[in-house]
Design a protein around this ligand. Structure first.
Ligand code: IVH
Length: 689
């Protein structure tokens, strides 16, 4: 080979190695070591060299990850060994029976060890590695014949194009599930909505759509990932003889396997695992529909053999469905705190995701139009995690539904869903918001619904924290005419309160004590309690930290407000607009006259703040606040908040569902605290409260 060719090949090899190394640091370990520009430079150089020397392009080149020219059609792939399906059970009794059958078949042998892992709701694929290089990816198809999706599979960053190490079999077929993370899915849909593009119904459909993309350049831009759960054809080498050891080995070769897997001894332990995973279902960043239990020993698997299409040594423990069909019986319009009118679907009650659902939000009239639904239609309901159930699409009436679903389905007249012209609560005219998507009641605080919601918000735990003033009591106070504005809360007296139904003297006094205590409040909480549109806890805290006094916040111009980090032009406009209204100025005056006294925010010099000079990362879900609020609290204490963990990170706050950031922190020996520790740190630090 000419010397120049050799030099090019060497450069190509080192570029590929470096790029894959940085890919892994970035995508799997969340610890990028080079800047995006440096990475792009390496990539550009690789593309240039490969364009100049097309004969030197290899199958494991990271350039293959960016996608290739669109295919005209998919090639068929015949699986050397069939891709099997699983028997399913829905409860622990059936799981017990499954175990008893196996124990009996194995000649009443001892306790069985089960390799357990979540059942991922994604797309089954087979990956073929020849001499360590990914040469083919295929869908499951009918189990015998699938489709060649190599071009799409190569774009999935977690799938190695070349196996690590050298001790792999010459031919290794790995099987697993390709899926989209929930967060990646949500971000993708947000972006699509912003661009007015089509959105996907759920992560599974999105992943399936991407695997069937003829243009892999599209697939390459999607947040897809994979967990391997088994092997197919293996030649020219051996694998360990227990599934848990095979998983460890696959991991060493760089293949992604689920970190939540567990080898459980005995069916009791396996049942415990199923319960645990069901409990974690909502906090995982990917959708699962159950747990798969597989006999861990391969010899035992062989002994047990197969049924027609399913192995006897495995079973899927299915969790309750998160999507079901039901009938839309009516649509009502609810009025929120700021007057927004939201269509809410009244549904034929249906069991989904473990609970009975009879209402679902329709968000806005755009959503109603997008779904193309009418009252009386059949719709698919989805309940994922603790998310409010939503209607995902129109469907047709399932055949034989009466006998199977328990839905009674008495006739509902088909009727179009019309936007109201008057507020359903106070009758004021309805106005359309920016873009004509949102409907808003123009009644302001004369609208009982807006008044009640504003009072509930004002009194809530994270706002003025008025103990004893909950939803029911607010409704009662408004109904009885005791409270007609927020400031009226501070005009309540014992005589009138104790005469209310279900309210004795003692609870009336407790409530008055709670109201009295609320008068001493931090400026941040007070600002948040006012219910200014788009001013959440985090923004309220930024305002308080920046201005220090209520007076200064009230006087701030849009320009000054916009100069505060995290406050954009829209929010700045809302804040200035709120304080410019005479009704709001009066309200604030009345509250101050009644004795409410927002404490001035002390503004210590930045370097005196307790977390000054520190870098924090928040990952996973926190129960008591969202991540933005946690970020604002940390910033208020002087910390810098970063999005990825590196050697420079001081501390990581990890809630349930924390993934690679937590793993990286542990690898780097960085201090990790949970939510309880985080909250006690906030309490003990120089906080506004
Ligand atoms: S094992 C013979 N493990 O479930 C065993 N399957 O009904 C083969 N699936 O199409 C499957 N997560 O794509 C296994 N952790 C997991 C899985 C899993 C999802 C899918 C798989 C298959 C279907 C079987």
């Amino acid at each position: 080979m000419p010397a120049q060719d050799k030099a090019v090949q060497e450069e190509l090899a080192s570029l590929r190695q470096a790029i894959e190394h940085h890919n892994r640091l970035y995508h799997q370990l969340d610890t990028p070591r080079i800047t995006d520009q440096e990475y792009d430079r390496l990539f550009q150089r690789l593309l240039e060299l490969e364009a100049a020397y097309p004969d030197f392009v290899t199958d494991d080149s990271p350039s293959r990850r960016v996608g290739s020219a669109p295919l005209s059609d998919f090639r068929q792939v015949r699986h050397a060994l069939p891709m099997l399906s699983l028997d399913k059970v829905n409860n622990e009794e059936d799981l017990d029976r499954f175990d008893q059958r196996l124990v009996k078949r194995l000649g009443n042998t001892s306790t069985i060890v089960y390799s357990c892992e979540p059942k991922i709701d994604g797309i089954a694929v087979s990956l073929l590695y020849e001499n360590g290089i990914l040469v083919r990816g295929a869908t499951r198809g009918d189990g015998t014949t699938g489709e060649d999706i190599t071009h799409n599979v190569r774009t999935v960053q977690d799938i190695p194009l070349r196996l690590h190490g050298s001790d792999y079999p010459g031919t290794l077929e790995v099987r697993g599930e390709i899926f989209m993370t929930k967060s990646g899915f949500a971000a993708m849909n947000r972006e699509a909505l912003g661009k007015g593009e089509r959105i996907f119904v759920n992560p599974r459909n999105a992943a399936a759509g991407m695997m069937r993309q003829k243009n892999s350049r599209v697939t390459a831009t999607r947040p897809l990932t994979m967990f391997c759960y088994g092997t197919g054809l293996v030649e020219g080498g051996n694998l360990p003889d227990a599934l848990d050891d095979i998983y460890t080995q696959l991991e060493k070769w760089g293949l992604p396997v689920n970190p939540l897997r567990l080898a459980a001894t005995g069916i009791e332990a396996a049942c415990g695992y199923c319960r645990k995973i069901l409990g974690q279902r909502d906090s995982l960043d990917y959708e699962i529909d159950g747990v798969v239990l597989k006999v861990n020993g391969l010899k035992l698997q062989q002994q047990l053999g197969m049924n027609a299409r399913t192995p006897r040594w495995a079973v899927a423990f299915k969790f309750p469905a998160e999507e079901v069909a039901t009938q839309l019986r009516d649509v009502e319009f609810q009025v929120g705190r700021t007057g927004t009118i939201t269509p809410v679907a009244r549904l034929e009650p249906v069991f989904v995701g473990g609970v009975t659902v009879s209402n679902a939000t329709l968000h806005n009239m755009d959503e109603v139009r997008r779904l193309g639904i009418c009252i009386g239609d059949w719709v698919i309901i989805r309940r994922a995690g603790d998310v409010i159930p939503k209607i995902v699409q129109l469907t047709s009436k399932p055949s034989g539904y009466e006998s199977t679903s328990g839905v009674t389905g008495h006739e509902v007249q088909k009727k179009a869903i019309e936007a109201p012209e008057h507020c359903p609560v106070c009758g004021s005219p309805v106005v359309q918001d920016e873009g004509g998507v949102l409907l808003r009641c123009s009644g302001g605080l004369i609208c009982r619904a807006q008044l009640e919601q504003s009072l509930i918000h004002f009194a809530s735990r994270t706002a003025m924290d008025i103990e004893g003033l909950g939803n029911k009591l607010v409704e009662q106070l408004v109904r009885e005419g005791l409270v007609g504005s927020i400031a009226d809360i501070y005009r309540l007296d014992l005589d009138r309160l104790q005469n209310l139904e279900r309210m004795g003297r003692k609870s009336a006094q407790n409530l008055l004590d709670g109201i009295e205590r609320s008068k001493s409040v931090s400026l941040a909480r007070f600002l948040y309690a006012l219910g200014i549109r788009e001013v959440g806890e985090a923004t309220a805290l930024s305002l308080a930290n920046h201005f220090g006094t209520l007076d200064k916040v009230q006087q701030a111009s849009v320009e000054v407000l916009e100069s505060i980090p995290d406050i954009g032009p829209v929010v700045a406009g809302r804040i200035a607009g709120f304080f410019s209204q005479p009704a709001h100025q009066n309200l604030i005056r009345e509250l101050l006259d009644a004795g409410v006294c927002p404490r001035e925010q002390l503004l210590p010099a930045n370097d005196k703040l307790p977390l000054a000079g520190q870098t924090w990362v928040v990952t996973g879900t926190l129960e008591s606040m969202d991540r933005n609020a946690a970020k604002a609290r940390l910033q208020a204490l002087g910390a810098k908040v970063a999005s990825s963990v590196s050697a420079k990170t001081t501390c990581v706050v990890a809630g349930p569902g924390a993934g690679s950031k937590l793993a990286t922190a542990e690898n780097l020996g960085i201090n990790v605290i949970d939510e309880a520790e985080f909250l006690s740190l906030l309490e003990s630090s120089a906080e506004p409260d």
